[in-house]
Ligand binder design. Structure first.
Ligand SMILES: Nc1ncnc2c1ncn2[C@@H]1O[C@H](COP(=O)(O)OP(=O)(O)O)[C@@H](O)[C@H]1O
Ligand SMILES: [Mg+2]
Length: 236
């Protein structure tokens, strides 16, 4: 079953159109990458899905057209956005940030067991649980941002450049945890990355954007085999 289907999506900042025609298909439980250079429209595509930019075309989630819904309505349907720059709340502790992710839930036991799960997934957060988010390293903040998203019990996770600014070993740790999350939870994912090597450890398929359009779409295996992908995105 297809969980999310974007067809010819356009997007605008004021009068300026930055997505021309973006299409994307995410199977239930699947993980799809969006690759592309700076400014290609990757972040804007995620914003179109989460309702934080004005968009045209069709965005269907779980059989329902969600284009034009408010961000809180989209979140309420089970779409969690881990934005570029992480968006953790610096004045709140790690535990409080995790609880904020669960603010719509009433199942106290479930919330606690999901906090435990986040800590199991990202053990570094355990000793930081009472620290303010602002005191965390970049890698820990990224882990917290993913953890906070998990706490809403989403069906779909939108991940924007989870590796940005992290040391390679930290980025790898974060991606391994997200891969484990994917296997254990079955949460579907849209994974925006400039680091295609990392993205391909997580996604089954991907699309490459250039100036707000898809220029290549295929399975991870197909894309990894293409010369133009290797040259532009895989350092070879
Ligand atoms: N808030 C904004 N206002 C106006 N233009 C923007 C804004 N955010 C991004 N853009 C422009 O939209 C285009 C796509 O940006 P973005 O989606 O952030 O690309 P990417 O995430 O692939 O780097 C770029 O040309 C960028 O300059
Ligand atoms: Mg971006």
């Amino acid at each position: 079953m297809t969980l999310l289907e974007l067809t010819d999506v356009t997007a605008f900042y004021g009068p300026v159109q930055v997505l021309d025609a973006v299409s994307l298909s995410v199977p239930d439980g699947g993980a799809v990458g969006i690759l592309g250079a700076n400014g290609a429209g990757k972040t804007t595509t995620l914003r179109a899905i989460s309702g934080t930019v004005r968009a045209g075309g069709s965005i269907v989630f779980d059989g329902k057209d969600i284009r034009g819904l408010r961000p809180d309505q989209v979140a309420g349907l089970g779409i969690a956005h881990v934005p570029e720059g992480r968006g953790t709340l610096g004045d709140l502790t790690v535990r409080e940030n995790l609880r904020v992710g669960a603010y719509k839930r009433k199942d106290r036991k479930g919330i606690q067991s999901d906090i435990d799960y986040c800590i199991d997934l990202f053990p570094q957060l355990k000793e930081r649980i009472k620290s303010n988010a602002s005191a965390l390293s970049g890698g820990e903040q990224q882990m917290l941002a993913v953890g906070r998203a998990i706490m809403s019990k989403p069906r779909l996770l939108l991940l924007d450049e989870a590796s940005l600014g992290l040391a390679p070993s930290t980025a790898k740790t974060v991606y391994e945890a997200i891969r484990r999350l994917r296997i254990e939870s079955g949460i579907a994912m849209v994974v925006v990355e400039q680091n295609a090597n990392l993205a391909f450890t997580l996604v089954d398929s991907a699309t490459v954007l250039e100036t707000g359009r898809n220029v290549l779409t295929g399975s991870s295996a197909e894309l990894k085999g293409m010369d133009e992908i290797r040259r532009a995105y895989l350092g070879g």
